[in-house]
Design a binder for this molecule. Structure first.
Ligand code: CA
Ligand code: CA
Length: 408
């Protein structure tokens, strides 16, 4: 009996251990450094993509916010303040939640007071353009606009047609294609032709008042059913929404709803600092090894690898390479170039990749990316050596040929 209990206890322990182990396994190939941001009232939040749970980043210092879009090339988060009255483009610092106002969004060809609604924002990585849906007054935004992020000036691209209200309640780009949801309040997903504004029906999402964002790293289209405070996933092919979880309760964030979401993800290469070398470039002796060290950072997906590629003929051919290893003490990536014969011109490049394949290169033309080994007889030594030889010759000659006065 005692042995049975012992056996049962052991098996349970093994089972729990296995479950814990299995639950810790990450899905293969699903690198996800992307962060889902949202706006709830005046709060900037991050949203857990697995549970839906919203966490406060900070309070945004402007009001009437609608729309949220991310430029991954410049690492800038855009939103619109006073969006339902006198829309202004704002940039939100995603670490402090501080908003800085760019300019009022004015529509070209119209009186500056014409635009009374900017409802959705979406950045298209395919053409690096910030798009929006707008109109003269709430609740319908049937104008598809592009916004100059430097000036706030907007131009109309097309008029949205073919949806229940011809209303762009949320916009999102997937691989260059514009998706739109129109909510009545049930949200229906469409694609939209950027040149004509004509919408093509995809399907009913099955949730109301949906705002959307796309994660290109996991290829997931997310939505929030705003008034129901729910995070959902949306199939881009059928439109069908599936529940992820609750974003927040009616007691949190002063009872406000999530008005927009945007995905912040890594499209920027790692930063490579100016490399250092030991010994320094001007005193490398023939056959002396040289260590190259450099600081490389990638604050989003992280550095995957750093490679030193080098040339032994001043950049004519680049056949040598070495993996730069992270030195845990200095935090620098290091690699060694083995000693070379006198006079050799060494040049090196540094290539760094982040975990999403974005890469940066120091191409070897930078002045600090090369060194010449000092010659066997550097010019500075030639004169002293010549003088010594001359002196020795004179002494030797004098010993063999005593001066004449000795015979006098
Ligand atoms: Ca609307
Ligand atoms: Ca990066």
């Amino acid at each position: 009996m005692k042995r049975d209990i012992l056996l049962l206890t052991s098996l349970t322990a093994i089972l729990i251990g296995t479950l814990v182990f299995v639950s810790n396994i990450q899905p293969v190939g699903a690198s996800n450094s992307a962060i889902l941001y949202g706006i709830i009232g005046n709060y900037l939040v991050t949203v857990d993509q697995a549970t839906g749970n919203a966490t406060e980043v900070g309070i945004i210092n402007v009001t009437g916010l609608y729309g949220l879009a991310y430029d991954p090339y410049r690492d800038v988060l855009y939103s619109v303040a006073n969006a339902t009255t006198d829309p202004e483009l704002v940039i939100i610092d995603r670490t402090t939640a501080h908003a800085s106002i760019v300019e009022p969004i004015d529509l070209e060809g119209y009186d500056p007071t014409f635009l009374g609604l900017v409802e959705a924002l979406a950045f298209n990585p395919a053409d690096s353009v910030l798009y929006g849906s707008a109109g003269p007054a709430p609740p319908i935004s049937s104008m598809l606009i592009r916004i100059d992020p430097a000036t706030g000036n907007a131009t109309q691209v097309a008029t949205i047609t073919g949806t229940p209200q011809n209303d762009g309640d949320t916009l999102v780009f997937i691989n260059g294609t514009l998706y739109l949801a129109d909510s009545t309040p049930s949200s229906i997903l469409f694609t939209v032709d950027l040149s004509t504004g004509a919408a093509t029906y995809i399907g009913d999402i099955g949730f109301n008042h949906v705002k959307s964002a796309y994660n290109p790293e996991t290829q997931t289209l997310f939505g929030v059913a705003s008034l129901d405070r729910l995070l959902i996933q949306i199939s881009p092919s059928t439109g069908q929404g599936t529940l992820v979880g609750s974003t927040h309760t009616s007691e949190e964030f002063e009872g406000a709803f999530m008005s927009a979401i945007a995905m912040v993800y890594d499209k920027r290469p790692p930063d490579i600092d100016i490399p250092a070398q030991d010994p320094p470039a001007d005193i490398v002796q023939p056959y002396q090894n040289v260590t190259i060290s450099v600081n490389v950072i990638d604050d989003m997906s992280g550095v995957k690898n750093v490679t030193l590629v080098y040339s032994l003929d001043n950049g004519t051919t680049w056949e040598e390479q070495a993996t730069m290893i992270l030195n845990a003490t200095t935090g620098l990536y290091e690699a060694m170039i083995l000693g070379q014969p006198a006079d050799t011109w060494v040049r090196f490049k540094i290539i760094a990749y982040d975990n999403l394949g974005n890469n940066a290169t120091l191409d070897g033309t930078e002045p600090y990316c090369g060194y010449q080994l000092i010659p066997e007889f550097p010019p500075s030594l030639v004169l002293p050596i010549f003088m010594i030889i001359t002196l020795l010759t004179v002494i030797f000659y004098k010993r063999k040929h005593p001066p004449l006065w000795k015979f006098i």
